[in-house]
Design a binder for this molecule. Structure first.
Ligand code: FAD
Length: 491
């Protein structure tokens, strides 16, 4: 039985794992990335079918602007970013009464605020000023904070060096929810604004204003206004570039190579894969979801870790439609959020995001066609009752297609290819336990205290990805991968 030896083994080629591996390989560490599936990028990866390339989950790129996390990553790797379009209109948001044009530039957005939230437009703008002010303070802090949140007593002293006027100013936002802040602007009763804001929060932090700690919500809400991008060929192109960089710096990225079991051996770790393949390293980076953590370790090793199944906060699943269409879209806007009923929960097809491939992006679709990825939040449990599965898929597909046709009449007649995806699909293709995706769901003002940091409590084993602070989105996920690389370099 051959044993391959490395400095670092990374389990999973999602944005988190690829970021940490690329940084470490560039610094001269010998790195192997083991990826279970046949694609790179995990939830932000792609698959090719019937002449189209579909984004598996994530579609909107963030962090590529000057100073952004991914821009800095590519600079560090001395690589060019692939071609991408900066989105002037981040998305159109359709409610039963209005279409909101969500602009990236603040002055343009504020003009739209005057139009769509006329009664409270001044308060909305004041609220956004606070979001931007506090958001930029959070940015300064996040990149340096591997021990956040402090899950272990020994993390607290490490946090002391970050106590300064900037971090102290954040305290009120760590002890209130977004809703608490909205109340102070008297915006909590503005139905139109609340519906818009909750839609944005659901897509970025997986929860609504009443459950979202203010500092997390603000960090997410400001992000789009710093930069939102459509990457040519989809976000999978970024994953491919990161894998190229790892290989160019002597590392390995191996597809169809799942980590099945991890055991300690003489102060190092042995990762077992299929066909008796074994890899040994002093450091292991887990980029598979924390919901899958327990599957990799023997019970006595697992018990010593900080990751206990009962403590993990829950996550949503996603229902997806992957659609190839004739290009009948007249507008340049690529992202369309549809809210069908403002009074109902923003999940289960009542709210969904429709993402179009760029016009003329032939990596994504044949000429004069477009590839569409549609996603809505869904409770995972219902998808595991086998008897209802096909009916449920049909019901959700209909609900979403009906929602689209209210704003894009005759959409159905342009469909060339249509494939649904469910939590079962996500478990099958990206190995997410029960198909839980998109990271943890914050559930109250102090819920951030229960999130996991990159430390697993096992010496030399780190975690990154959307179930680790700061959580959801390719940007947050890359940030946790960045932090892990930083920690490993500290030794
Ligand atoms: C429907 C949907 C829409 C989204 N939209 C956006 C968006 O528009 N913009 C955005 O920024 N973010 C978006 N996100 C969030 C974003 O996709 C994720 O937060 C991010 O991609 C997660 O990356 P990750 O590295 O944590 O994990 P993943 O992407 O899940 O990657 C983990 C990888 O590990 C592999 N793996 C798992 N177990 C093993 C094992 N035992 N051995 C080896 N490999 C293993 C998996 O196959 C997978 O490739 C969306 C997510 C979803 C689900």
């Amino acid at each position: 039985m051959d044993m391959e030896r490395y400095d670092v083994i990374v389990v999973g080629a999602g944005f988190g794992g690829l970021t940490s591996a690329a940084r470490l390989a560039k610094k001269g560490y010998s790195v192997a990335v083991l990826e279970a599936s046949s694609e790179l990028g995990g939830c932000a990866g792609k698959f090719d079918r019937h002449g189209y390339r579909f984004g598996a989950g994530a579609t909107v790129g963030m962090g590529f602007e000057e100073g952004g996390v991914l821009k800095r990553l590519f600079e560090e790797l001395e690589m060019e970013l692939p071609p991408m379009t900066s989105l002037e209109t981040i998305m159109n948001i359709y409610t039963p009464d209005d279409t909101i044009h969500y602009y990236q530039k603040t002055d343009q957005w504020y003009q739209e605020v005057d139009r769509v939230f006329p009664t409270n437009s001044q308060q909305v703008k004041r609220f956004y000023e606070e979001v931007f002010r506090i958001g930029s303070r959070i940015d300064q802090l996040l990149l340096d904070l591997p021990v956040f949140p402090p899950n272990r007593w020994k993390d607290w002293p490490k946090l002391l060096k970050y106590v300064n006027p900037n971090s102290i100013a954040l305290t009120p936002y760590m002890t209130q929810t977004v809703m608490d802040r909205l109340k102070s602007y008297n915006l909590h009763q503005d139905e139109a604004f609340m519906s818009f804001l909750n839609g944005q929060l659901m897509d970025s932090v997986q929860t609504t204003a009443d459950q979202c700690p203010a500092f997390l919500g603000y960090a997410a809400l400001q992000t789009f206004h710093k930069g939102a991008f459509s990457v040519k060929g989809g976000l999978a192109t970024i994953a491919e570039k990161l894998a190229e960089s790892i290989k160019a710096n002597g590392g390995e990225v191996v597809l169809r190579r799942p980590a099945l079991h991890i055991t300690p051996k003489d102060g190092r770790w042995v990762v077992k894969s299929r066909r008796e393949r074994q890899y040994e390293a002093s450091k292991v980076v887990l980029n598979n979801s924390l919901h899958n953590f327990h599957q990799l370790f023997d019970q006595e090793v697992h018990k010593q870790s900080a990751i206990q199944k009962d403590n993990l906060t829950s996550s949503w699943g996603a229902f997806m439609l992957y659609i190839g269409v004739e290009d009948a879209f007249s507008e340049d806007v690529l992202y369309h959020q549809i809210i069908q009923d403002k009074a109902k929960p923003l999940s289960e097809g009542n709210q969904f995001l429709l993402s179009l491939s760029g016009k003329g992006d032939t990596q994504m679709a044949p000429p004069n066609k477009r590839a569409i990825t549609i996603s809505t939040h869904t409770e995972v449990a219902q998808w595991w009752k086998r008897d209802d599965y096909e009916d449920l898929k049909d019901k959700y597909t209909e609900r979403i297609l009906n929602g689209i046709e209210k704003h894009f009449p005759d959409f159905r007649s342009t469909i060339d290819v249509l494939m649904p995806g469910t939590p079962v699909t996500f478990e099958r293709f990206v190995k997410r336990d029960k198909g839980r995706v998109g990271g943890y769901i914050p559930n109250g003002r102090f819920s951030w205290l229960h999130h996991q940091s990159v430390y697993t409590g096992l010496d030399g084993v780190y975690a990154c990805g959307d179930t680790v602070f700061p959580g959801a989105g390719t940007l947050g996920t890359s940030l946790s991968g960045w932090m892990v690389a930083e920690e490993i370099q500290k030794g």
